[in-house]
Design a protein around this ligand. Structure first.
Ligand SMILES: *Cc1c(COP(=O)(O)O)cnc(C)c1O
Length: 401
């Protein structure tokens, strides 16, 4: 497995994972590259978020929603049988046990509350596999908002069940027929649609991507994963802090939320990407969807079409903060193949009784392959975020197994 970005040792002192610099900069990445009308809309979101995040009333309302509706806090589960076989101590942060089955709900509930605070009555979202669309439709139904979800025609064919779930929840699903008819095109279309609807609609971005303030705001809404895990590790691990903190990276929101809880500790942060969607490991500097970051591109600078068995990792780039953490050497980004991920999913099912999402299985595949070697010495403690449950992937797995 190619080891694509280097560590820097010792871990640098932190400033990392605080607030971005002016205009949403993480090092040379980030920013707000959007048409003028969206620059103004983003400025309003930024102002509203800063105010809300400083307001204990807003934080309390969100914490209550996360507790009574989304099932937080999620447990920290020791993977006992697998740990014994691998010779490391593996702990799983169980985002698969949240309502709707992935970490996406943490961010969506935050943005839905913010939308209401801003007087908006509708959420706009993009979705690939449909997980973010389902979470958005769920939050909208719960809080009495409308939801319009943009989805590529190819994904609509591949993810019929999630399309039905969104419609059942009362959301409008808009098919996108441009380009490759997948997530990248759905995102472009959702942004275009927002231009004409900024007065009554909030664009609920699904990962730590897009124009400022989204990469920072979405990370803050997802840091509940890392903050909970930090406290759980302090209570349950002999060492208090794990040696390694591992998460899969599509756009990078579950990883960013997890890393944020450990940024000021000596834990080594590892982001695991799909071999065919390795924005942080293999991308080049570019601008897409309002943000300067690392993207897979061809020789002409055209954005390349990513390929992964895990639809949630099928994004051609990575959020700007991950690009920055990579440059600093604070986090390291590695890649895993489709086959390794499928193998890891089966292994977790049979040793721990947990069928993980194929996205999360990428993180586990790295742990399995690295355990006992120089990257993950025997006896290490590892915290891994299990970003979602595998129900959505059973038809994919059924074809292969
Ligand atoms: C969407 C998704 C991902 C990838 O998104 P990030 O923003 O990188 O976290 C990972 N796992 C699951 C289960 C997902 O639904």
């Amino acid at each position: 497995m190619p080891d694509v970005s280097p560590w820097r040792e010792p871990v640098p002192p932190d400033g990392t994972m605080g607030e971005p610099r002016a205009r949403g900069r993480f090092g040379e990445y980030g920013g707000r590259y959007a048409p003028e009308s969206l620059v103004e809309a983003c400025r309003e979101v930024d102002e509203a978020f800063r105010e809300a995040w400083a307001d204990p009333g807003f934080r309390g309302a969100l914490a209550r929603l996360l507790a009574v509706h989304a099932g937080r806090p999620t447990p920290l589960t020791p993977a006992r049988r697998l740990s014994e076989a691998l010779g490391v101590q593996l702990y799983l942060k169980r985002e698969d046990l949240t309502h709707t089955g992935s970490h996406k709900i943490n961010n969506v509930l935050g943005q839905a509350l913010l939308a209401i605070r801003m007087g908006r009555r509708r959420l706009i979202a993009e979705t690939g596999a449909g997980q973010h669309g389902v979470a958005t439709a769920t939050a909208a139904a719960l809080l009495g908002l409308e939801a319009t979800v943009f989805m590529g025609e190819r994904d609509i064919e591949r993810q019929a069940l999630n399309v039905f779930r969104m419609r059942m929840l009362g959301a409008e699903v808009v098919p996108v027929s441009t380009g490759s008819r997948t997530l990248k095109d759905a995102t472009s279309e959702a942004m275009r649609h927002w231009v004409g609807a900024t007065g009554d609609s909030h664009y609920c971005v699904g990962s730590v991507v897009g124009p400022d303030p989204y990469p920072w705001m979405v990370r803050e809404f997802q840091r509940v994963i890392g903050d909970e895990a930090r406290a759980q590790c302090a209570a349950e691990l002999r060492t208090g802090v794990p040696d390694h903190v591992v998460a899969c990276v599509g756009g990078g929101s579950n990883a960013a939320g997890t890393f944020a809880g450990f940024a000021d500790t000596p834990a080594r942060l590892v982001g695991v990407e799909a071999e065919g969607g390795a924005g942080a490991a293999r991308g080049r500097l570019g601008v897409l969807h309002g943000c300067r970051s690392l993207f897979l591109q061809d020789d002409d600078g055209q954005i390349a079409q990513p390929h992964s068995i895990a639809a949630g990792l099928d994004y051609p780039g990575v959020g700007p903060e991950h690009a920055h953490l990579r440059d600093l050497g604070r986090a390291r980004y590695v890649t895993v193949t489709d086959d390794e991920a499928v193998g890891a999913a089966v292994r977790l099912a049979r040793t721990e009784g947990i069928v993980p999402a194929l996205e999360s299985a990428h993180a586990l595949a790295w742990v399995i392959s690295a355990a006992g070697g120089g990257d993950l010495p025997a006896g290490s403690t590892v915290l891994m975020t299990l970003s979602g449950r595998g129900d959505k992937d059973v038809s994919t797995l059924k074809e292969l197994l």
